[in-house]
Ligand binder design. Structure first.
Ligand code: ATP
Ligand code: MG
Length: 342
């Protein structure tokens, strides 16, 4: 049976904010009391998501601020309980201690013991995994070197910059040589060199057969790294799949460049296209989608003297997709809101 590296089914997480609109009044007795007005406020951070990540995959978890990424990750890490739904991590139910020992995790806002120096700090984490002194030292030094922090090995963490904290956080996540690495915004706060280091590191982990699940806003990093991505917005997964599939679906426009297509045949082909133009003896036709590509090409082949120069699918960028999905989520929310009984 295929065992997922991680999975969630129908995961819902709602945060109760208590009552909003509490107003103070002086009730009977001396104490100041609060009268509760209004209705209980709740945030539906995650609204029923199902997905899985397979062993060996590098999986990107994308979405705008407040989409529910960190909440999902916290549930996966067993840090908070879901309101409903369930999940697995390395084949075990969430929160399983044995699975956790094979997991590396970088939280969104890492906070570490400030008085420790980097090697002491990494040793502290390594001790949680029953490693020998020699092995702990070897791993800590190798990771410090790998994350480009050896030069700062005598500084306590309170003297680390934000990016340096992020780097040591990534080192910490790898100290137990985990099978699955979960990173919440690993590139955040890193300079271009730091981003490249983390990117290379994720590639290395993939080559070693590890699974990496990470959230990010930096679309270029995701594009360069991920086998698959999920795009989350307003607590729901809006798209999931290979980047290639998400970026070139049947709706993507196709650009066709030809030579030697003149007069009536050109008019006939232009009628099929969303746009047509001519420059330097070349004709460019933009088809709205590749659905009519075959019939367009058939018609083109029938034109005497016509030469096909290129057929280029116009790939949507990840940015386009991101913006589209966020806009769709907003539209769906507005509709649900307006459609709801008053
Ligand atoms: N402890 C909490 N109490 C109340 N609401 C919360 C809590 N944690 C998260 N939320 C709310 O849940 C929603 C999702 O937050 P979450 O941190 O999961 O988003 P995110 O996708 O990680 O965003 P970002 O990209 O900004 O990190 C937000 O509306 C947030 O305000
Ligand atoms: Mg977050």
């Amino acid at each position: 049976m295929n065992q997922h590296a991680l999975s969630v089914q129908d995961l819902v997480k709602t945060f109760d904010l208590g009552f909003l609109g509490a107003v103070p009044f002086l009730g009977p007795g001396i104490t100041r009391r609060f009268q509760l007005k209004g209705i209980a406020q709740r945030v539906e951070a995650v609204r029923g998501i199902t997905f899985s990540v397979e062993p060996g995959e590098v999986f990107g978890f994308l979405g705008p601020n407040g989409a529910g990424k960190t909440t999902t990750i916290k549930v996966l890490m067993g840090l908070i309980h879901p309101t409903s739904g369930q999940g697995t991590l390395l084949g075990a139910p969430l929160g399983d201690a044995q699975a956790r020992a094979r997991l590396g995790f970088l939280p969104e806002h890492p906070y570490f013991y400030e008085y420790l120096k980097p090697l002491e700090f990494l040793d502290f984490y390594a001790r949680l995994f029953n490693l020998t002194h020699r092995e702990r030292k070897r791993r800590a030094e190798a990771l410090l070197d790998r994350l480009g922090l050896t030069y700062a090995k005598d500084r306590p963490l309170r003297k680390f910059s934000k990016g340096m904290i992020q780097r040591i956080g990534v080192a910490q996540a790898l100290i137990n040589d985990p099978a699955l690495v979960v990173l919440d915004e690993p590139m955040s706060g890193l300079d271009p060199m730091g981003r490249k280091d983390v990117r290379d590191l994720i590639f290395e982990l993939k080559e070693q057969g590890k699974t990496v699940f990470f959230s990010s806003h930096i679309l270029a990093d995701v594009e360069a790294l991920c086998d698959r991505v999920a795009i989350m917005a307003r607590g729901r997964i809006r798209s999931i799949g290979g980047l290639h599939e998400l970026l070139t679906d049947a709706q993507s426009p196709v650009e066709i460049v030809t030579r030697g297509v003149e007069g009536a045949p050109r008019e006939a082909l232009a009628a099929l296209a969303a746009q047509a133009r001519e420059a330097s003896g070349q004709q460019t036709f933009i088809l709205e989608s590749d659905a009519i590509l075959e019939s367009f090409l058939d018609q083109l082949r029938a034109v005497e003297g016509a030469r096909l120069i290129s057929v280029i699918p116009r790939r949507r960028s990840l940015e386009d997709l991101f913006v589209e999905e966020a806009a769709k989520a907003d539209a769906a929310d507005i509709q649900a809101h307006e459609g709801a009984p008053a």
